[in-house]
Ligand binder design. Structure first.
Ligand code: GDP
Length: 288
């Protein structure tokens, strides 16, 4: 990474979440990353929804590089029930972080999008140029439109102020430090939690929906290494998808069966089709 007065300070927002902890694991295990001071923020360091609190963080840390991961995130079911909060909280955080990156002359900002923000009706595989080609799935429109605005703002900041802002688009992620809440979490930690309860005698293991939707899962620590690679080596404002190949896409049923086998659960398994399937698939190309 390029330097200011010999000092590279890379600040990671959302540093205690699934992605942030994955970057931390990568940084801790890689000698190459020791040329920078890494600062991992959590919500305890200040409220990024608040402009003054965000400025106070930038004033204190004086980052030269920022990886912006902090977001209000959740699985399908949280997204469906809190669209206003998903929209507003993410818009506020992203706007504050970007504007502070401009004011504090941050040399590079990498923010995080998601494949679930792409148009619902699209051709496959999805690629980086399709983000704005139609409305997202209704289930997560609050989150999706807020995230899409990052891409719009990145280009606006580049054009008007010459800022080097870009974004990454990971597919579904799993790994240590995930949110294991059954109601609010994503599918793999939710399934693991439910499987544990079933194993302890708490009833049948229930897979929500039909099990037919398809997803590409990336291990969080692989993603952590890739995001740092983007920070160092990817120099375009346009987003870049970070994913396993299309051939590695699996059905929710297969993912659930991997949980069953990994957790050595031998009891009954059922599909609760009263629950939503969400998007059928969002197959993404990692060609770029
Ligand atoms: P998405 O990939 O953005 O849709 O979000 P999720 O990670 O929440 O995955 C949702 C898919 O997994 C849908 O097809 C759900 O019906 C299915 N699913 C099955 N069991 C669960 C569960 O326990 N939790 C969640 N979040 N989704 C589940």
């Amino acid at each position: 990474m390029s330097e200011t007065n010999g000092k590279v300070v890379c600040m990671v927002t959302g540093g205690s979440g699934l992605y942030g902890m994955a970057i931390r694991a990568h940084v801790d295990s890689s000698a190459e990353e020791k040329d920078a001071t890494w600062v991992f923020l959590s919500s305890k360091d200040g409220d990024l929804r608040d402009r003054k609190a965000t400025e106070a963080i930038f004033e204190r840390v004086r980052p030269t590089h920022v990886i912006h991961l902090a977001a209000m995130v959740g699985g399908l079911f949280a997204n469906m029930s809190k669209k206003v909060e998903f929209y507003r909280e993410n818009m506020l955080m992203n706007d504050n972080v970007m504007e502070c990156c401009r004011i504090y002359k941050v040399q590079k900002l990498v923010s995080c999008l998601s494949t679930c923000i792409f148009p619902d009706k699209t051709t496959y595989p999805i690629d980086e140029e399709m983000i704005h080609n139609g409305p997202p799935h209704k289930s997560n429109e609050g989150y999706a439109y807020a995230k899409r605005m990052i891409d719009v703002q990145n280009r606006c900041y580049a054009e008007e102020y010459g800022c080097k802002f870009t974004s990454v688009v990971p597919t579904n992620i799993f790994g240590p430090h995930d949110n294991f809440s059954i109601e609010d979490g994503h599918v793999l930690p939710g399934l693991m939690h439910k499987c544990l309860i079933a194993k302890r005698g708490g009833g049948d293991f229930s897979i929500w929906g039909s099990g037919t939707p398809l997803r590409q899962f990336i291990f969080s620590e692989d993603l952590g290494a890739l995001i740092v690679w983007v920070m160092r080596n990817y120099h375009s404002v346009e987003p870049i998808i970070l994913s396993v190949p299309e051939e590695d896409e699996v059905s929710i049923k297969d993912a659930a069966m991997a949980v069953v086998s990994g957790m050595k659960y031998t009891g009954p398994v059922k599909f609760d089709t009263s629950k939503s399937d969400g998007q059928f698939k969002k197959t993404a190309s990692n060609a770029k």
